[in-house]
Design a protein around this ligand. Structure first.
Ligand code: M6R
Length: 336
């Protein structure tokens, strides 16, 4: 955020002022965790900047013979800047004459060299295979970018932008998990080492966060986990609910709390084991992980992000796994 989040405005010195001129759509393209950041930010781009936004998994986009209109801003997101599938989509977008932006953690990487403009996430070197701080910084950049575009397009009142900027300043404290909470996660983790699977569920931006929580858990614990939009459970997945199915419910106070709650109640009625992550106690939960009361749902997002990362880590440690170098995975996927 340094140098970008000012007193009265969000600025990206690395972007030309005419970058957004003539743009009617944003297309975000990425893989893995970066794809989850893309999906989460698509809610913010539409909600704040009022730009039609689509999200693509790079390995799918490559071969679908996509239509690429010149009024689309093509944004790739990548920690490494070397992921083969994402790099190829960037090449395709350039060849189609689209304006391109890379959101990346590694300066001078292939994607940074290829895109018209780059926003560096400045997470520092990320060694662990499971992406964590890269995801956090991608989300911070994407939230700021959605507000920056909203300001350029005048789709949000200045007072609203100021409210978001105040929330952004609280992100560092939201991601600082207190020892007491970490201890609680460590103790709880012993109850989540068996069972036949995990459902991480959430609504709105908490759906991509649910996908990300499930990905973290499966990468380092090797347990089966899936992320779902809370409202989708009744369309099939709820058939799996029983005490051996662990539901990790993301229940933020500031985003569709009652809707999510009623979805979790349905799972509870089918006897799924429920672990709720929320600032509000939930009496049907078997386990409750309390997070802070926040003024903005994105602050709840950032705190819950760290909570699901730490929960995965504690489960994986108890199972005796190497959390930095999990099996079968590489940090940078430079082959198809
Ligand atoms: O370097 P990238 O962000 O392009 O990498 C994309 C994925 O390979 C990466 O996010 C992967 O899913 C991580 N292991 C997730 O923790």
């Amino acid at each position: 955020m340094l140098g970008r989040l000012g007193d009265t405005a969000i600025t990206f010195d690395e972007l030309d002022s005419d970058l957004f001129i003539g743009i009617n759509e944003i297309k975000l393209c990425a893989c893995g965790t970066s794809y989850h950041a893309a999906l989460a930010s698509s809610y913010l781009f539409e909600r704040y900047a009022k730009v039609r936004t689509s999200v693509e998994i790079a390995s799918e986009f490559r071969y679908k013979e996509p239509l690429m209109a010149p009024d689309t801003l093509f944004i790739v997101i990548s920690q490494s800047g070397e992921t083969a599938d994402t790099l190829e989509t960037l090449k395709m977008a350039k060849e189609a004459g689209l304006k391109t932006v890379t959101i990346c953690n590694v300066d001078n990487s292939s994607m940074v060299r290829m895109a018209d403009a780059t926003i560096l996430t400045r997470a520092g070197i990320e060694k662990g295979v499971a992406s964590t701080k890269a995801f956090a910084t991608q989300m911070a950049v994407l939230w700021m970018l959605s507000l920056h575009i909203a300001s350029e397009r005048k789709t949000l009142a200045q007072s609203e932008i100021a409210r978001h900027m105040a929330a952004l300043r609280e992100v560092p404290s939201a991601v600082k998990v207190e020892d007491e909470l970490h201890e609680r996660l460590k103790r709880l983790s012993k109850r989540y080492l068996h069972g036949h699977g995990f459902f991480f569920i959430g609504r709105d931006v908490f759906f991509p966060l649910a996908l990300e929580g499930a990905l973290k858990l499966k990468e380092i614990s090797y347990l089966h986990a899936e992320g779902y939009p809370s409202g989708e459970m009744k369309h099939g997945p709820i058939a799996l609910a029983d005490p051996g199915l662990f539901t990790i419910a993301l229940m933020p106070e500031n985003m569709l709390y009652d809707k999510t709650k009623s979805n979790v109640e349905e799972l509870s009625a089918r006897d799924s084991t429920i672990c709720s992550i929320s600032p509000k106690p939930f009496n049907l939960a078997d386990d409750f992980i309390p997070v802070g009361e926040r003024s903005h749902y994105m602050l709840e997002f950032f705190e819950m992000m760290v909570v699901v990362q730490l929960l995965s880590m504690e489960v994986a440690i108890r199972l005796g796994n190497d959390v930095d170098m999990p099996r079968n995975l590489a940090k940078s996927v430079t082959v198809e």
